[in-house]
Design a protein around this ligand. Structure first.
Ligand code: IMP
Ligand code: MG
Length: 177
């Protein structure tokens, strides 16, 4: 994969995820924690972070989210694959949405609203990567591992046309800004 330059090494990612796992173990101590992983990109980060959070009540769920922004349905996010969550009474649950990257922020802004309207006790966001310079809505991840510039990242769940998700590091395609 010579066309990819390493931006964040596997070792650095694992150290950051270890640290976040310890922090989240403390934050959610004694609470009912529902992890909601946003597919597809969030699957690698989710799999690493859930194995570092000690919480006996933790449940893990996966959803797909599609944002429809524009003249027809501005700001709407259509959530699919959440049948198991719909069957839960979220009243006593603290939701932690796990994502690969927060870019414009549109997806997570809408997802946060969605789960708050479902009655969750709290809704927070844990993202592996944060691109604050790209934000167009007022949202910040509550927890993030790395801030990155406006680059197109691949690996550690992130894809370029469905490729490179399996890389254990975060890279940048050579030639992309
Ligand atoms: P949003 O713009 O914050 O709503 O980001 C939505 C989604 O865009 C993310 O969850 C990723 O799946 C995708 N995305 C954003 N930036 C990148 C990137 O640098 N590489 C690959 N996918 C990205
Ligand atoms: Mg994503």
């Amino acid at each position: 994969m010579s066309e990819i330059s390493v931006l964040i090494s596997e070792e650095d990612i694992q150290k950051a995820v270890d640290k976040m796992g310890k922090e989240l173990t403390e934050v959610y101590k004694g609470k009912k924690l529902l992890i909601v992983s946003v597919l597809k990109g969030g699957f690698v980060f989710t799999s690493d972070i859930v194995r570092r959070i000690e919480n006996e009540e933790m449940k893990i769920s996966f959803i797909k989210a599609k944002s429809y922004i524009g003249t027809q349905s501005s700001g709407n996010v259509v959530v699919t694959g959440d049948d198991d969550i719909k069957r839960m009474n979220l009243k006593h649950w603290d939701v932690l949405i796990t994502e690969d990257v927060i870019d414009t922020g549109r997806t997570l802004y809408e997802l946060k609203k969605h789960f708050l309207s479902c009655g969750a006790s709290s809704v927070k966001i844990a993202a592996c990567l944060d691109k604050p310079s790209k934000r167009v809505v007022d949202i910040k991840p509550d927890y993030h591992c790395f801030e990155i510039d406006d680059v197109f990242a691949v690996g550690y769940g992130l894809d370029y046309i469905e490729k490179y998700r399996q890389l254990p590091y975060v890279g940048v395609l050579n030639g992309s800004k």
